[in-house]
Write a protein that binds this ligand. Sequence first.
Ligand SMILES: C=C(O[C@@H]1C=C(C(=O)O)C=C[C@H]1O)C(=O)O
Length: 371
Amino acid sequence: MTTPDHDAASPAPTLPELRDRIDALDRELIAMLNRRARLAQEVGEIKKKEGSVVFRPEREAQVIDGLKQFNPGPLKNESVAPIWREIMSACRALETPTRVAYLGPAGTFSEEAALGFFGSSIVRVPCASIDEVFRNTSAGVADFGVVPVENSTEGMVARSLDIFLTTPLFIIGETSLFVRHNLLRKENALDGIEAVCAHPQALAQCHDWLSLHLPHAERRPVSSNAEGARLAAQDSRLAGIASARAASEYGVHVVAPAIQNDPHNRTRFAIVTDPHRHPAPQASGHDCTSLVVSVVNRPGAMYDILAPLKRHGVSMTRLESRPARSGQWEYYFFIDLQGHPEQPAVQTAMHELREACAFFKVLGAYPIDAH
Ligand SMILES: C=C(O[C@@H]1C=C(C(=O)O)C=C[C@H]1O)C(=O)O
């Protein structure tokens, strides 16, 4: 086979020759990445003078979208987003440190979501609860918070949605993650496992596999999957259920991979920040607007919500309800619209929707997950 790096007339290159070429290209790449980093530093200087913020999620989404369209292959488009997220993360860190709060400890899926969205050049702020993620972000201990909002098998994350009703924070981005649960243990074998320690959600999501392969092992609920992995690392009678990252974090084996009932198990996370410290993202071209509304309980109330969207051709990609806890069978509706309020149709539809609602709050408008 010939490639642009290989002249068809000459004999096929040997392995050492190919590796020499890779080494030479890597040196070109590192020189170019440093040129890119210097430009980002200059951007950082301008932002400092203007007093504007460093992280621009809409710009980063546009960079990735543009490169995907430009990508001639053979690199897959799915590889482009994570590679450039890391490059932009490293460039951003030269402008200013980005502090990100999430549900910890180390090795949780929330941490994985934070790293997937911001890249690994961040300051990690692990928190004990979802409430603490919101608190630390409001108080300025972190610049951004990452909170789970829905799971493809378990549905909405009620605690996050309830806090969204009252928090002053708003959403500037989203990211979703394949949640693959793995059985972890100090020894690389199933024999002799007396108890499986994991978060109750993970134990439930792996019920079928556990019943089949470890029917006699106790299922012991603990505060997080990372805590289960930590316990498993200390006692070979115990196993944990967690991510492959948690396995390497705590130095245990993945004894059985992907043991969750649903092979397509996904969790969606929202990225939140304080509007006093960060402006709302401008339209990137592929955006989502999240709202929470309530309507007075009367015939046709739901129609009043949907009619403005139909009139202005705005798609609704999500609709969830939560009881208002008034004892009156009233509900809050969490709505995701496709598009950004900078688009006239979205703006008009939202204006008419607001008129129809007793309660109306915009949670944020932000680029759709670029993964
Ligand atoms: C360099 C910038 O700052 C940050 C880093 C970016 C990058 O590395 O491409 C893009 C957007 C910002 O989050 C910029 O705003 O252009």
